[in-house]
Structure formats: structure tokens, C-alpha cells
Write a protein that binds this ligand. Structure first.
Ligand code: ADP
Length: 776
């Protein structure tokens, strides 16, 4: 009973009852018995949608009630705002909730006043590197989806961050929430925690496989589906789910429900949503159609792109797609419409399974293989991932039970899928810390932020990681660490003196910029290379100059040896940051290789550093992919329309934003490095960064920096003869108003942000002589 919880604030029981929670679910009760409200470390491995969030809340609220401060680590940036909104309901009781997103350089000082802070593990890691003082005041940390320590990209950061936080405060309560996994006990050992390991679910789940005309379920039963001519299996399942179920007497047993279909790529999600729309549409009432039309209109309002159109069209039919390439506004509209049971089917990539709370009657895992570039070709999904997707089936209180099926195309596949996924247990979680990029980054950060000052201290710190607790190969950790130390010393990031370790000034910069040291090394090499060749060419110019007078000679000498920053093209810089391991490059599709080889041939002079030879297969391929990525950034900074870019590079609008944000961050870092290593490139780098940030050509950099202006309005103002911020302040109001297409509110805003003393547009009419560009 929620009235009997030790250690929680007095208001909590009533609050929970108001939410319809009278009693704890069994795994939650187990966590309380194990001491989650009394500062005890807990690892809770429980199935999707079985109430993990409340376990976290119990821990955090009781920690705050004892005068402490809690941190909630989310696995995805997209989840940070969702969790923040969830915890903000406690602000009515005087708690203060903050979310830490944004760039990696600040120490987030203002977070020191918050009771609960939400952040990604990368953000927390960067706060540790920047010595955020309030981290030492933390008394409780919750790590959501902790099984992701197994992720080779992001797992090591989570693992090392938890170890660092625990070292900063040895009394820190650690609560780790995990999906059901094979070795939760190992996580508990690592974190000195009590283990709650449960497979209890609030709603029954039947797993199975669709084959032929039936769902084959794990209890041995079969459900026949009426398959219409030539219907694909997924469509048959979706249609069957939509239909109301009646018993022999004609009484309604089960109302029609919604389906969630998991596929392996964004493109497939979009295509499947388009197709399934025609399955759903005949089942919609006219009322639903009208409401869906409203949602579609809102979707078109979010952005004016092809993806937006495709999504709106699918939604009009009662279907939708959902993937990480969608704009945030789109994602939220889809999730809401699905929860409101308006949209009847959502086709998603597996990111949706990772935490967004969107249960549905049935789940179809249509694709169980996914393209994996590093492994080469199609690879099967893990049992853990498939079970997490399947766990989204069944809405407590709405459905009698949930069903989740894979799709088989042959009898053999039916058997295989039962063996591989339905009957299988999830894999054990293994640390990926020993992977090279992770070690490189974390060894440097651990030394730079003072967690270790010697080789033995470093090894001792690493002993506190999951990796150390899992490896039984003696000496392996030492060998990996020694390799990394050598690499870091060779690149000038660390000094090693006997057993003592010290980060150089450059090493500190790299660590606090949150760069992979290899990215930093690539950028530094590129900038130095440019400096050398640019300086050589000015020296050569001076030598050829044939100076006659003493003063001409002196000028020439002064110029010799200095590099002219105007010699760096934006493309060169975009390419430089695109080839670092911190940029997720666009890959080459068939036909791209030739196109970008041509491009390379034409623009090789602009790139920084020597092109790898074509015989170095992988490096050459990488160089071309970086060129493709750099071309996208260049197009964006040349004011090419968003729609043209999405089509030209085969990406979604969300991808453009992603690349732009990464480029902004890396160019900001490159700017710091350019000054640190004393090159003349900093100004050019800064300009390239501002251009990509706002998506504008050089002449608009100043205007686009005015809040509320942006790339399109900047262009219109410029066409009307307004060149920069100062000119905007002094411009005739009728001209400004005309350039902003008569939008008074916008014009007033923009003028105010430009520093105008009297931005009011009352009584002003747009100047009829200003030619307004009409596309928006
Ligand atoms: P998870 O994080 O494990 O995927 P959630 O914490 O989102 O799952 O919980 C799923 C749903 O169950 C939420 O809507 C939540 O309000 C509800 N819930 C959690 N605990 C209880 C409880 N003890 N009684 C009733 N409903 C609960």
C-alpha cells in the first residue's frame, strides 16, 4: 500500500492515489523492501512498461526529502525533456527540476540549485570534465536503461561516468534500471547493489510468430487471421487488430485496437506507413477522419518538407511513421495521436522501443535483421532489443492482453524465430570499455580531470568499472591502457614521466572540448598542414616578387611565413571536421562513389591535408564519405533549400539538423584548437561555423545572428538593401515591414532584437517599392 512507504515525503501517498496508484507493483515493492527509499544501491531489472519510473521517483524523492540532490541519467537526448516534464509534476510540492542539455563546454553552474537534474550520460561526463562543483553534492543517481553499457558507441561513457560519480561521493546512492537481461547479478556486483530481478508484467504478454494465415503463439495456440487476397502478413495483422471481436452470442469481447510495427530502416518505416494507410483507412469513422485531418495540418505546419508531406498524408489515412530523422514536433504529434488512439498504426525504427511510452495492443516485429556497416551486411537484432520492442504490446487498463509477433516467410523461419527470439533469454550485458575509441577518450579525460595522476592510479580507477569486474583475462586491461598512453603521448596530449601522468595544456583543451582525441589529432594535423603549405606559398610569392625598394622588401618579408586565412575554403573546413570519428558521416550509395571521385578531383586543392591513395581502400572511402557530408554542409551554408538538400543526399530534415549541430560543435572546438596550436586559421574557422549554424552565405552572417531572423528572413532583408545589424537598426520601418512581408509582430520582434529603441510598427505601412522574394 502506498501509505506504507518508509522514507518518502508526506505528500507522496496522496499524490500517487490521485494518479490512480494505490498499491505498488510487485517489483516496485521488492525495491522498497530492498531499501530504495532509504539510500540503498539497487539494480532493478524489470520488463518494459512495468513501472521502472516509479522506482526511480521513490529513490529520488526520498533522497531529496533527506536534504539531498538527485541526478537522473537518460539514454537519449530525446528522452530528457519527456522525463523533465514527468518530474515537473513534483514542483507543486516545492521541488526544483532542471534539465541539462545543450553544448558540452559549460559547467552548468545554475544546476547547483536544482533538487532533481535530468541529463544524458555524455552531458554528465562533460560536466565532470569541467569540474561542475555541484556534482559532489549529489546523493542519488539514477541510471535509466543501464543495459546500454553494452552499446559500443555510448556504453563506455555511461560506465565511466557512473564510476566517477561514485568516486566523487563514496556515499552516493546508485539506482540502475535495466530491461530484463541475462546477467543483472553482474551489474549488481559491480555497483555494490541489491538486485531486483523480475519478469512480472502488469499486463499479460503473448509472444509469437506470424506465418501463413495464423499467429502462432508461445502457449501453443494459434489465431487464424482472415487474409484478404494478396495481402502482406503485416497488413493482415494490422487489419485483424482493428476489428472488434465478438463471441458466439454476438457480444463485444474486445474493441478494435492499434498496432506498432518495427522495421529496420527509416525508408522502410515511411514506405510501410504509406502502404498500411490503405489498410487502416476503411476502418475510420468520419469523426476520426476529421480529427486526423487536423493533426495532418499541424504536421504540415511544423515544416515545409517532403517528409512532412509524406507524414501528413499517412496520418490522414490513420497511419504514421516514427524515426530519429523526424523533427521533434513531428515525433510528438505522432506519439500523442497514437496514444489518443486516432492513429491506428505506427511504423517505427527501434529507437521508439528505447523508452518512449507508446504501448499498443499488438506489436509486429517485421524485420529481425538490420544493416550494420561495421559488421558488413545484414545482422540479426539482439534478443534484448526484440524483447524490448515486444514489451510495448498491451495497454494496461485498455487491452485484455498484448500480443507481439515476428513475421516468418517460411516454415523453417517459423521454427528459427521461435528458437532465436520467442523462447530465448536476453543476452548478458558486456562492457565495451576496452574498445579503442572509448579507452582513448576516457583515459585522457580521467587523467585531465585529476581522477588519476599515475599509471597505477589510472589502473586502480579502471578497476572500478564494469569492464574490470567482467574481464578475467589477466593483463588485458594493462595492455590496452599502455597502448592508449603511448598514443596520447605521441599526439602531445599527455606527458609521461616514469609512472607519473600529466595532461598537457592541449590535452586539457581536448578533454574539456569533449572531443575524441583522435578527432582532435585529425583537426590539428589538418590545420598544421594548411599552415605549412599556405606559409610556403606566401614565402614563394615574396621570393618571386622582385622587390625594388627597401620598404617593399620589408613588407614582403613580413608577409612571408604567415598564412592567409582567406585561403581556407569553408568546404575544406567542413571536410576536415567531417572526417573525424566524432562526425557520423553520410554513407556512399551506389553511384555516389563516381560522383564524389569527380568532385574530389575538382576540389582537392580546398581540402586540408593530403588525400589518401586509392589503394588505401578504407581511408579513401572515408575521405569520400566525408566529402559528401561536407558538400551537404556547404549546400546548407549556401542557402540551398531544405527540400533540395534532403533529396540530393537522401536524408531527412532531422538529419540535416543533426549534421549541422555536430559540425557547429566540432568547428567550435577546431577554433579553440587553432588558437591553442598557434595557427592563423581561427577567424576562418569561426566564420565557417557561423555560416553553418545559420545556414547562410558570408554576407548574411551578421544579420542571421539577430534573434528571430534566420536564413530566409536575412536573405529578404538583404535583398531590400539592409546589409547588417547596424543597418537594420537604422533602416526605414516601411522597408523592414515590406521585407518581412507585412508581418508586424515579426518586424517588431526583429527590430527589438537588433537593439532598436522604438520597434513599434503602429501606423506603418509596408513600402510598396520593395520587391519581396515570395517563397517562404
Ligand atoms: P517503464 O519505465 O518500466 O517502461 P513506466 O514507469 O512508464 O514503465 O510505467 C508504465 C505505466 O504504469 C505508467 O503509465 C505508470 O503510470 C503506470 N504505473 C506504474 N506503477 C504503477 C502502479 N503501482 N499501479 C498502477 N499503475 C502504475
Amino acid at each position: 500500500d502506498v501509505a506504507d512507504l518508509p522514507g518518502v515525503p508526506d505528500w507522496l501517498p496522496d499524490h500517487l492515489r490521485d494518479d490512480g496508484i494505490e498499491e505498488l507493483y510487485p517489483p516496485q515493492a521488492e525495491a522498497v523492501d530492498a531499501g530504495v527509499t532509504q539510500g540503498q544501491n539497487i539494480v532493478a531489472a524489470i520488463p518494459t512498461a512495468s513501472g521502472k519510473t516509479l522506482v526511480a521517483e521513490l529513490a529520488m524523492l526520498s533522497a531529496v526529502a533527506r536534504g539531498g540532490k538527485a541526478l537522473y541519467i537518460v539514454p537519449l537526448r530525446a528522452l530528457a525533456s519527456e522525463k523533465q516534464a514527468e518530474f515537473e509534476q513534483f514542483e507543486q510540492y516545492g521541488l526544483d527540476v532542471g534539465v541539462s542539455t545543450g553544448n558540452y563546454e559549460s559547467d552548468g553552474g545554475w544546476l547547483g540549485d536544482k533538487d532533481i537534474v535530468v541529463a544524458t550520460s555524455e552531458k554528465v561526463d562533460s560536466l565532470v570534465r569541467n569540474d561542475a562543483p555541484w556534482l559532489e553534492e549529489l546523493t542519488c543517481v539514477v541510471s535509466d536503461e543501464v543495459h546500454l553499457v553494452d552499446d559500443s558507441q555510448r556504453g563506455p561513457t555511461l560506465e565511466v561516468t557512473l564510476a566517477k560519480l561514485r568516486r566523487l561521493n563514496p556515499d552516493l546512492q546508485t539506482v540502475a534500471l535495466s530491461a530484463t537481461i541475462g546477467n543483472a547479478d553482474e551489474l549488481a556486483t559491480w555497483l555494490d547493489a541489491e538486485l531486483v530481478d523480475s519478469d512480472w508484467r502488469p499486463i499479460e504478454l503473448q509472444k509469437g510468430v506470424h506465418y501463413g494465415q495464423a499467429l502462432h503463439l508461445e502457449d501453443g495456440s494459434q489465431r487464424r487471421l482472415a487474409v484478404q487476397n494478396n495481402e502482406k502478413p503485416t497488413a493482415a495483422v494490422v487489419r485483424d487488430t482493428l476489428q472488434d471481436d465478438y463471441d458466439e452470442d454476438g457480444d463485444l469481447v474486445e474493441e478494435g485496437g492499434s498496432s506498432l510495427v518495427f522495421v529496420n530502416s527509416r525508408r522502410n518505416a515511411e514506405a510501410a506507413a504509406g502502404r498500411l494507410g490503405s489498410t487502416v483507412h476503411p476502418h475510420l469513422t468520419s469523426e476520426e477522419e476529421a480529427e486526423l485531418a487536423d493533426v495532418a495540418a499541424e504536421i504540415r505546419d511544423v515544416s515545409d518538407t517532403e517528409t512532412s508531406d509524406d507524414l501528413a498524408e499517412a496520418v490522414e489515412q490513420g497511419a504514421a511513421f516514427h524515426h530519429a530523422g523526424l523533427a521533434r514536433g513531428h515525433r510528438e504529434l505522432v506519439e500523442d495521436a497514437f496514444r489518443d488512439r486516432l492513429v491506428k498504426v505506427v511504423c517505427a525504427t527501434p529507437t521508439l522501443a528505447a523508452g518512449v511510452n507508446t504501448p499498443s495492443r499488438r506489436v509486429v516485429v517485421r524485420d529481425w535483421r538490420r544493416y550494420d556497416g561495421t559488421a558488413g551486411g545484414m545482422q540479426p537484432l539482439s534478443v534484448l532489443e526484440v524483447h524490448q520492442m515486444m514489451g510495448r504490446a498491451g495497454r494496461p487498463g485498455l487491452d485484455p492482453y498484448g500480443e507481439a509477433v515476428l513475421v516468418a516467410n517460411s516454415h523453417d523461419e517459423l521454427d528459427e524465430l521461435f528458437e532465436r527470439y520467442v523462447w530465448a533469454d536476453p543476452e548478458p550485458v558486456r562492457s565495451k570499455l576496452a574498445a579503442e575509441p572509448a579507452m582513448r577518450t576516457h583515459v585522457l579525460a580521467t587523467v585531465a580531470s585529476g581522477f588519476a595522476r599515475s599509471r597505477s592510479g589510472l589502473l586502480e580507477f579502471l578497476e572500478e568499472t564494469l569492464y574490470a569486474s567482467q574481464t578475467d583475462e589477466t593483463g588485458r586491461l594493462e595492455r590496452v591502457v599502455d597502448d592508449m598512453l603511448t598514443y596520447l603521448e605521441r599526439n602531445g596530449f599527455l606527458e609521461i614521466d616514469g609512472g607519473e601522468l600529466d595532461a598537457t595544456s592541449l590535452g586539457h583543451t581536448v578533454s574539456s572540448l569533449y572531443l575524441d582525441p583522435m578527432s582532435a589529432a585529425e583537426i590539428i594535423d589538418g590545420l598544421r598542414d594548411w599552415q605549412r603549405s599556405a606559409a610556403e606559398s606566401t614565402t614563394a610569392d615574396a621570393a618571386e616578387g622582385g622587390f625594388t625598394t627597401a620598404s617593399e622588401l620589408a613588407d614582403g618579408q613580413a608577409a612571408a611565413g604567415e598564412a592567409d586565412p582567406d585561403d581556407i575554403s569553408a568546404l575544406g573546413l567542413y571536410h576536415l571536421v567531417s572526417r573525424t570519428p566524432d562526425m557520423y558521416q553520410l554513407y556512399l550509395r551506389s553511384g555516389d562513389r563516381e560522383e564524389y571521385e569527380m568532385e574530389l578531383y575538382e576540389r582537392e586543392d580546398e581540402l586540408l591535408g593530403p588525400t589518401p591513395s586509392e589503394f588505401e581502400d578504407e581511408r579513401f572511402e572515408d575521405w569520400l564519405s566525408a566529402l559528401k557530408t561536407a558538400r551537404l554542409l556547404e549546400d546548407w551554408a549556401d542557402e540551398v533549400e531544405e527540400d533540395t538538400i534532403t533529396e540530393r543526399y537522401g536524408v531527412g530534415p532531422g538529419d540535416i539538423r543533426g549534421k549541422v549541430e555536430t559540425a557547429e560543435w566540432l568547428l567550435g572546438a577546431a577554433e579553440s584548437l587553432a588558437s591553442e596550436i598557434d595557427t592563423d586559421a581561427a577567424r576562418a574557422v569561426s566564420e565557417a561555423r557561423i555560416r553553418v549554424e545559420h545556414g547562410v552565405r558570408e554576407e548574411l552572417v551578421d544579420l542571421a545572428g539577430v534573434r528571430g531572423v534566420g536564413r530566409k528572413r536575412a536573405r529578404r532583408l538583404f535583398e531590400a538593401g539592409i546589409g547588417d545589424r547596424a543597418e537594420l537598426r537604422d533602416a526605414a520601418k516601411p522597408v523592414v515591414l515590406a521585407a518581412l512581408r507585412g508581418r508586424r509582430k515579426t518586424a517588431e520582434n526583429v527590430l527589438e532584437n537588433a537593439g532598436h529603441r522604438d520597434p513599434s510598427m503602429d501606423g506603418i505601412e509596408p513600402d510598396p517599392d520593395v520587391d519581396v522574394l515570395d517563397e517562404d
